[in-house]
Design a protein around this ligand. Structure first.
Ligand code: NAD
Length: 505
């Protein structure tokens, strides 16, 4: 793989810092132009991207077109439609005590953002955060994963061709390059990958007091209640488990269900897989393979042949692993000790939802949790009794698609989130601004020493706070000013009227 030389990295930072300091990326026109170019790149070069991912891990063309290029294009359009509104200062108001001040939030870019991507969705995981970083007005260094070298190289070529390289650069390489970047002149880190490397990234960020977003992984469970629509459930889980060969961070990792449901479910999942990939998935161009020999060996080791009820075939020559179902699995099995990240579906039987909740809560908080049921209350009970980055009821993976929903983990599955407005916020510092008018000096003079009991008591009364049992205090200074003026005029009119004997009360 072509690598960026370590020696050239300081110059990259120097160039980016010069562009940022010149204010280039703060211009809304610049941001919009780059987002339009990014859209164009994902549209015009989608087949080139798809070929690179196919060369890397036999990734089906449709999966790159839909889940990478399509999603990035959609994200660009969504952001372009809203960027004027998001980038605007946002006025804020609260209690009467601070009513004289003009207060607002000014979103400002961090500066230079480092985006470290993973290999499994090689374009999405670098270019989708890039959308947010550009929208927020940052300079960016992208570090695609070395495990998908063709995809990484084509990302570098296309970024150079379509985007402004005085502000956006790609660094190719592995751990050495990443560690050099982490020591560089960065103001923010956005990382996607395993939890263990995520912890290293966080340590490096702590050294520099740089904020991080960590998009990590983990085992995402699926609970299937006895009342679920089994035919639909099976088809959706079969799809989610095998797109990208199970190498999806929010793929359903394992199933929790009753023995009765398991018996009905297995033939339906097998039927769905056969309809997707035929009886011989190793010949199917719709079926992805495992990314490299190391991961192939790792996933293969998770298969316990005594527990396989479907599949289990592997072929080391092409890093192929057949869609596989394992039953009689318990929490101590090897397949339950780590995120599978491959096409193996273990089923752990439980007697009811309470046992499922207990099983889930005994493990690290997952990136996603799935529930299949026709009972909305049961779904709510499970959501309220557990914690996960996101949840989808009666489907898998789809909850991360709409840009209106934030995507991210909780606990070991990650820190922070992005997508849509959340991407803009992820790459923005929310700077508070307050203008204190000089004409209000008399109103705030009581804060000045020497402190007296009277001054302190009157200020305390103002700052004591109150429950918002009436919405009135939220109306702010101008409401109160208008109310006071109206009352003064009304009183004067009434008093004059009484004096002139105009009104008989
Ligand atoms: P990976 O091996 O591609 O690593 C990710 C990035 O970290 C790469 O750019 C790599 O160069 C860098 N890296 C690796 N070791 C490093 C080190 N010691 N120091 C500094 N940088 C280092 O990806 P992976 O970790 O195999 O990805 C799979 C994991 O990522 C799974 O756990 C999956 O669930 C998770 N993931 C999460 C998301 C999400 O959005 N939450 C998306 C995709 C993958």
């Amino acid at each position: 793989m072509i690598e960026t030389s370590i020696d050239s990295i300081p110059n990259i930072f120097q160039d980016l810092r010069a562009s940022f300091n010149a204010g280039k990326t703060k211009s809304l026109a610049w941001r919009k132009k780059q987002l339009e170019q990014l859209f164009k790149m994902c549209d015009e070069q989608k087949e080139v991207f798809a070929s690179a991912a196919y060369a890397d891990f036999h990734r089906p063309t449709a999966e790159t077109l839909l889940f990478d290029c399509g999603v990035i294009r959609n994200e660009c359009i969504h952001v372009l439609n809203h960027i004027d509104e998001w980038a605007r200062d946002e006025s804020r108001s609260d209690s009467l005590a601070y009513a004289t001040m003009d207060k607002y939030i000014h979103p400002e870019p961090f500066g230079i953002c480092l985006i470290i991507g993973a290999w499994n969705y090689p374009f999405l995981l670098t270019l989708s955060p890039l959308v947010g970083a550009i929208a927020a007005g940052n300079c960016v260094v992208l570090k695609p994963s070395e495990l998908a070298p063709n995809s990484a190289a084509i990302t570098a070529t296309m970024v150079e061709r379509y985007l402004d390289t005085s502000c956006i650069r790609v660094v190719l390489g592995a751990v050495d390059q990443t560690q050099t970047l982490l020591k560089g002149d960065i103001n923010h880190i956005f990382y996607t990958g395993s939890t263990s490397v995520g912890k290293l990234i966080m340590k490096a960020a702590a050294e520099k007091m740089v904020p991080v977003i960590l998009e990590c992984g983990g085992k995402s469970p699926v609970y299937i209640a006895d009342d679920a629509n089994i035919a639909v459930t099976a088809k959706r889980i079969a799809w989610g488990k095998t797109i990208n060969c199970g190498q999806t961070c929010v793929a359903p990792d394992y199933i929790l269900c009753s023995k009765r449901t398991e018996t009905r479910l297995i033939p339906e999942i097998v039927k769905a897989w056969q309809s997707f990939y035929t009886d011989n998935p190793s010949n199917s161009d719709s079926y992805c393979h495992i990314v490299n020999d190391r991961h192939f060996e790792r996933v293969k080791r998770l298969i316990d042949s005594t527990k396989v009820v479907y599949g289990g075939q592997t072929d080391a020559k092409q890093n192929f692993i057949e869609p596989t179902i394992m039953t009689n699995v318990n929490g101590n099995d090897k397949v339950m000790q780590e995120e599978i990240f491959g096409p193996i579906l273990p089923i752990v039987t439980v007697n009811n939802e309470n046992e499922a909740i207990e099983f889930i809560n005994a493990r690290p908080k997952p990136l996603a949790l799935y529930v299949f049921t026709s009972n909305k209350n049961l779904a709510k009970t499970i959501i309220n009794s557990t914690s996960s980055g996101s949840t989808c009821v009666n489907d898998v993976i789809f909850q991360i698609a709409p840009p209106c929903l934030p995507f991210g983990g909780v606990g070991e599955s990650g820190i922070g989130n992005y997508h849509g407005k959340n991407s803009f916020d992820a790459f923005s510092h929310t700077r508070s601004v307050a203008y204190s008018p000089t004409w209000a000096e008399r109103l705030i003079a009581k804060r000045n020493p020497p402190y007296t009991q009277k001054k302190t008591a009157s200020l305390e009364a103002l700052t004591k706070g109150h429950r918002n049992w009436l919405p009135i205090p939220r109306l702010g200074f101008w409401f109160w000013a208008f109310a006071a003026l109206a009352t003064a005029i009304a009183t004067r009119v009434i008093v004059r009227g009484i004096k002139a004997n105009k009104w008989d009360f």
